[in-house]
Ligand binder design. Structure first.
Ligand code: PGA
Length: 248
């Protein structure tokens, strides 16, 4: 595990974008695993700006997102499909046929989870998976207690996750109660993982993830078992980490 300290959110975002652009330029058909939420917004902005100024090409890139709400149509402003189009896909010239998210409107959600898992395999697996870190240690929508062996599955969202995401909706009651998420074993199969963490409110959970043995009570602690993880975290997020020798 390599930990890179950024000065602040913008610096973290720029460093993450450079990391992704290197993958995009370095591989003939990179498969990027993408995340939503507040943390990657700055990274996506940097990617949009880079595409405008440096013409980084995305025609050869494929993307698979971590998760999608159940019951929100792709044109719903709160769906992750909408988020990805708005913040990234519409701006970088990536073919829409190369961008995948789970279908939260599928009539048969079990079949949809199997289809998504098979799709990732057919693409040859994820080369670089971008992750944010939930306040309770979740990755994707894998809440505490999710088995490390889990594949893409339907989750019942916890009250704390629904409350954290309610800021994007009119009211808490409009936040979906379920989502389809890549499982922990799906995430762990990625060849490389880039975890982004920003802000003092994430300091406690980041310190825990770095000091704990992997256990299912803290889903992100599984990352200690992956051989190619890079964490880019800002100073505030790293403020509770005691073992400074691991930080670059
Ligand atoms: P955030 O969410 O990026 O909005 O903080 C991270 C997560 O819940 O995975």
């Amino acid at each position: 595990m390599k930990i890179i300290e950024a000065e602040h959110y913008q610096d973290m975002s720029e460093k993450a974008a450079r990391f992704i652009i290197e993958k995009v330029n370095g591989l003939s058909a990179p498969v990027l695993g993408l995340a939503t939420g507040g943390t990657p917004l700055g990274t996506y902005k940097c990617l949009r700006e880079d595409h405008l100024s440096h013409k980084t090409a995305y025609q050869h890139v494929y993307t698979v997102n971590l998760d999608e709400y159940v019951g929100l149509a792709p044109y719903d402003e709160n769906s992750y499909t909408f988020y990805m189009k708005k913040h990234l896909f519409h701006h970088i010239g990536i073919p829409s046929s190369h961008t995948y998210l789970p279908n939260g409107m599928a009539a048969d959600l079990t079949a949809e989870c199997e289809r998504y898992e098979a799709l990732i395999e057919r693409l040859g697996g994820v080369d670089l998976q971008l992750l944010g870190l939930g306040l309770n240690g979740h990755i994707g929508f894998n809440e505490p207690g999710t088995p490390f062996s889990s594949k893409t599955h339907v989750v019942e969202l916890t009250e704390s996750t629904r409350k954290a995401n309610a800021r994007y909706f009119d009211s808490l009651s409009s936040v979906p109660t379920k989502a389809v998420t890549m499982g922990i074993s799906t995430i762990m199969k990625s060849k490389q993982i880039l975890l982004l963490v920003s802000g003092a409110n994430k300091a406690g959970i980041l310190a825990r993830l770095l000091s704990e043995e992997p256990h299912e009570g803290t889903p992100a602690s599984v990352l200690n078992m992956h051989e190619n993880v890079v964490i880019i975290a800002d100073r505030d997020a790293l403020s509770a980490v005691k073992e400074r020798s691991m930080i670059f």
